[in-house]
Design a protein around this ligand. Sequence first.
Ligand code: NAP
Length: 295
Amino acid sequence: MFRDVVKLGIIGYPLEHSFSPKMQNTALHYLSIGGEYTKHETKEEDLEATLKELINDRYKGFNVTIPYKSKIIPLLNKITDTAKLAGAVNTVIIDEDGNTTGDNTDIYGFWEAIPESYKEKIKERPVSLLGYGGAAKAACIALLQNGAKEIVIYGRNQEKAKNFLNFLNEKKGSLKSKTVISVHPTEDINLETSIMLINTTPIGMYPNNDETPITDLKALESSAKDILVYDLIYNPVETKLLTDSKALNRETLNGIGMLVHQGALALSTWLNLPEPPTGAMKLSVEQILEVRISS
Ligand code: NAP
């Protein structure tokens, strides 16, 4: 199918712990596509030079990660409407003529991973969310696009939280969304009516496996019985937040689904595949993390 070896990669700093190279290389192997996905750890002053290098080396595309998801935008020829909405690019496609298009597959990945029944329930009940960084942006844009009734954001820095609220209110206008959004200090968390709690902070991520963003168990104990606790972290596959929630018989979801879906969509756009190779990406992640992915 591909005459040359397909060149793909990732730009960020640092990239030491990035999961994408293993995941994408294993998926290429499962799809029997001759190609390589390489790491390009880049300091900010070298960002433009690295981009030019990848274009000259005839890369088909690359991922962009922390801290360049917004900083890469002015260096690209164009960005998709989705990336515009998110104000962030995590996937760049390079065409035959070396033109670059920035896209965002995190929004799709976040939403695809959610069980269908919960996708409906967010239209009737509040969704609570911890954090206001890049992953929170992707999650909130997906929630606004899909008609969430209410988003309640909890964070430790009220000034940053208010800036995030302003960002979302601006997006609400362009999406003609009626979602009610508010921000609160984390210690005021109340999950009694929430249908979903989403952790977008890195609290509980490896190697801090014994940490949790909800230290006061009473908040979880008094949460709605049918709440889905969705932690975007995928390493460990079960964070302390998820363990605590399971112990209280609450539904849980980790970040593996989001990781798989965002990666599969990126690969399909680079390779012009008819649909995201979700099966191959799941197999890849299962092999690397030594877990079974249920759905
Ligand atoms: P980010 O842009 O740095 O945002 C992190 C957020 O967490 C910020 O709101 C930050 O608040 C808050 N935070 C960090 N440490 C905190 C602490 N100790 N206490 C309270 N709040 C804290 O990072 P990101 O890109 O959004 O990533 C966040 C998490 O999502 C990571 O664990 C990442 O692995 C995960 N993620 C998963 C996927 C996936 O595919 N599954 C995709 C993207 C991200 P301050 O600004 O106040 O520090």
